[in-house]
Design a protein. Structure first.
Lengths: 260, 128, 385
């Protein structure tokens, strides 16, 4: 009697767990029984927390940042032809210093800083508020390398993450983006209406050993590496230069650093 | 029970209406669709898994691929024979099966399912 | 008891037909939204929540406001409210139905709504909001229905209802607290980032809910054979008087903190709402109208003479419902998103289809409320005969 009740509780407990972990269990069950397995590619680049250093001294003009933004737009099928500003989709874009660092703006700024463009993108925060609020884990911080990612299959389009992001890094597909994609990259999916999207630190390129597209297109103005590897290019730059981040006081710990 | 006739008539109408699809389609069973393979698919002889498995369980397999690629960043698929594949719907599946209308759609139409994979994933990426 | 709702005069059926017409039109517009996407609304990359979420927030308040009759009756044994607790509970049911519908029409991918249960995420406030709202709907359905049925049969309600009734009281507070937590836990949205947001939501809820209930009571007395009672309405009016005063007090607290501290992030949203920012001020006339409405409401409900006069009380309730709706519905959501995190001003205004869908949801709520109130009033009339 006592035994069977304990057994019942055990089963009930395991079932309750299973409800939450169902997709993972499916993966194991299928993989285990059918004789296949999945793995990371051999070329994949890995890090504890990917981070970026943008050297704005090397990006003084709109012409200097344009190819960087364009590289991202092309490779990720960003619907750049949307003319309604309300429905804009942006992964990486430019803005003035006082919009990028509203809490670090002096009344009288040096002219170079006042006029040069600053690149904006998802900060891949170490404490991302967007992931904290998502009700379905459709946006999540990948444990293996700290990238804040979107699972477009799971997003219900509640836009809680957009309210939570203090950096305006997220865009919502207010309509089907496909007719507005100018340069079609057939190797990368598009998105559908009703889901939120943002920069993914080029997770799909890191997986095959390539640097993010913006880094590649920046002629050395953007560095990318592991924040917790003291020999990484990012750490070398942080050691040698004074850097700032956006809205540090909010405690989200952005992973994008700026050399001004 | 003065409404007896009304109730019976109502019941008859109800039963006729909800069974309508069955007797409307009676004797008109659609034949199972013939799928066409592209030259590339034919040359490969077998898919990432045996054909019987793929026919019955490609959706579950795609779900495993999706989960591992999107959430864990694991993109490499190793099948029972030890052969490696990139887990990508567009670049692996639809590169070989580049004839969506004659392959994917025929079966999906027959089974009356409408998966929205192609809202995002590009079909026939190389445009062959 | 549903049979009480299928008997009515031509006004009742005319009203139902009008509601069904509005619902049909709203549904048609919703199909348009499903096909095109949320782009048919006025929402944008910067103001990513709009009219739907604003009305959702307001109605959570109305639902929670119902507790202002339940609590004195069951906790303080204030007998007079026994007559009208059912009206508070049924108002809560209709409001929650609208809340859930507003969430649904706001989703970009509504077919995936159940992902919230399939991948339960305990660190998301939205998950808890879904739990408490559905729980409150369930509690009020069970309690309201059974208590009314017991009353009809002339017996005491079942004893197992008692714990549910006690649970429903803090539960009412929880629905609006959790709804406030949706907003006030977000870094970088300084307008919402205030510990007083949940209390402020509750204050406006306990003003708006009972004010609406007074209006409904006056309507019922005028057009049916059931009189909710003069004492009951006066007691409710005192609740409204306190709650609306506290609501305005909380707002003034926010103004003090923002402007005395002189921190731009805290001042900018209030400036946008009340005087305009960088030349944008679409909401300025609305916000001042709201202030005038709420101030008028305070004067009329606090002054004994105007509170006791049911005509001036009715006017007070109307301006309080309107004032709190503008304050919470229009100002609270837009105000939080403007200026955006880059301190740029992109304004928001709902579009016609968006307003149409909103009206459709309100019509569904009105339909639910009409049916429920028809039953409640029917039972009350039976007992009196």
């Amino acid at each position: 009697m006592k035994n069977s009740r304990r057994r019942f509780l055990q089963i009930a407990g395991v079932s309750a767990l299973g409800l939450g972990a169902k997709p993972v269990l499916n993966a194991f069950a299928l993989g285990g029984g059918k004789g296949y397995h999945v793995a990371s590619g051999e070329d994949a680049l890995t890090a504890e927390q990917w981070a970026m250093v943008i050297d704005t001294r090397k990006l003084q003009t709109a012409e200097a940042v344009e190819p960087i933004i364009e590289a991202c737009n092309k490779i990720h099928n960003i619907p750049t032809a949307i003319d309604n500003k309300n429905h804009e989709v942006k992964w990486i874009w430019e803005d003035h210093y006082h919009h990028v660092f509203p809490d670090k703006t002096n009344k009288f700024l040096d002219e170079a800083v006042e006029h040069k463009p600053f690149l904006l993108l998802c900060n891949h925060c170490e404490n991302p508020p967007c992931c904290r609020v998502c009700p379905t884990k459709a946006t999540f911080k990948r444990e293996s390398d700290g990238i804040v990612l979107m699972d477009f299959h799971r997003c219900i389009g509640c836009r809680f993450c957009m309210a939570a992001c203090p950096f305006g890094a997220r865009s919502f597909n207010f309509r089907d983006p496909r007719p507005f994609i100018e340069a079609n990259n057939k190797e990368f999916p598009t998105r559908m209406k009703g889901v939120v999207e943002k920069c993914n630190f080029c997770a799909e390129r890191l997986a095959i050993g390539k640097m993010p597209a913006c880094v590649e297109a920046s002629n050395g103005a953007i560095a990318f590496g592991d924040l917790y590897d003291e020999h990484s290019v990012v750490r070398e730059l942080l050691k040698e230069n004074y850097t700032i981040r956006r809205k540090q006081t909010l405690g989200t710990e952005p992973s994008v650093y700026y050399i001004v | 029970m003065k409404d007896k006739n009304m109730i019976l008539a109502g019941l008859v109408v109800f039963i006729v209406v909800i069974t309508f699809p069955f007797w409307f389609n009676m004797g008109k069973a659609a034949p199972a669709p013939e799928l066409e393979l592209t030259a590339k698919a034919k040359a490969a002889k077998t898919c990432v898994m045996p054909t019987a498995f793929m026919t019955a369980e490609h959706m579950q397999l795609l779900d495993v691929w999706r989960h591992n690629v999107v959430r864990s960043g694991e993109r490499m698929f190793v099948n029972a024979d030890g052969k490696l594949f990139d887990m990508s719907l567009s670049n692996t599946c639809l590169d070989c099966h580049s004839n969506k209308e004659k392959f994917c759609d025929r079966c999906h139409d027959y089974a009356s399912v409408d998966p929205y994979c192609w809202d995002c994933h590009i079909d026939n990426p190389k445009g062959e | 008891m549903l049979e009480l709702a299928v008997k009515g005069n031509k006004w009742y059926w005319g009203w139902m037909v009008v509601l069904l017409g509005v619902i049909g039109a709203g549904f048609g517009l919703y199909l348009m939204q499903l096909k095109f996407g949320l782009g048919i609304t006025g929402m944008s990359r910067d103001v990513s929540w709009g009219f739907y979420i604003a009305n959702f927030t307001y109605l959570v308040g109305v639902a929670a406001g119902g507790v202002m009759v339940v609590l004195p009756y069951y906790l303080h044994d204030y007998k007079a409210y026994g007559k009208i607790t059912i009206l508070g509970e049924f108002l809560a049911i209709a409001s929650i139905v609208m809340c859930l519908l507003f969430i649904l029409v706001d989703l970009g991918q509504p077919m995936r709504a159940l992902n919230v249960l399939l991948y339960p995420t305990t660190n998301s406030v939205l998950f808890y909001d879904a739990v408490v709202l559905n729980g409150y709907l369930f509690l009020n359905l069970v309690i309201g229905w059974n208590v009314l049925e017991a009353e009809r049969n002339g017996v005491h309600y079942q004893s197992w209802l008692k714990p549910l009734i006690y649970i429903s009281i803090p539960w009412a507070v929880s629905i609006h607290t959790v709804t406030a937590y949706l907003y006030c836990g977000l870094p970088g949205r300084h307008f919402w980032l205030t510990a007083i947001l949940a209390p402020r939501f509750l204050a406006s809820a306990f003003a708006a809910g009972p004010a609406l209930l007074i209006l409904l009571c006056l309507f019922i007395r005028r057009f049916t054979n059931f009189d909710p009672g003069k004492a009951q309405i006066q007691a409710l009016a005192k609740t409204v008087a306190y709650a609306i005063s506290i609501n305005v007090f909380f707002l003034l607290c926010e103004v003090f903190v923002g402007f005395y501290s002189n921190i731009p992030g805290h001042m900018d949203h209030l400036k946008y709402l009340f005087v305009g920012l960088h030349g944008h001020g679409a909401l300025v006339p609305w916000m001042w109208a709201s202030m005038i409405f709420m101030a008028t409401g305070i004067v009329l409900t606090v002054t004994p003479a105007t509170r006791k006069n049911e005509t001036s009380l009715m006017i007070a309730c109307i301006v309080i419902v309107l004032g709190t709706w503008i304050d919470k519905g229009l100002g609270m959501i837009s105000g939080g998103f403007v200026p955006n995190p880059m301190h740029q001003v992109n304004e928001y205004a709902p579009t016609m289809p968006e307003i149409g869908i909103t009206l459709g949801v309100y019509a569904i709520g009105a339909l639910v409320l009409t049916v429920l109130y028809k039953m409640a009033v029917g039972v009350k009339e039976e007992i009196h005969d």
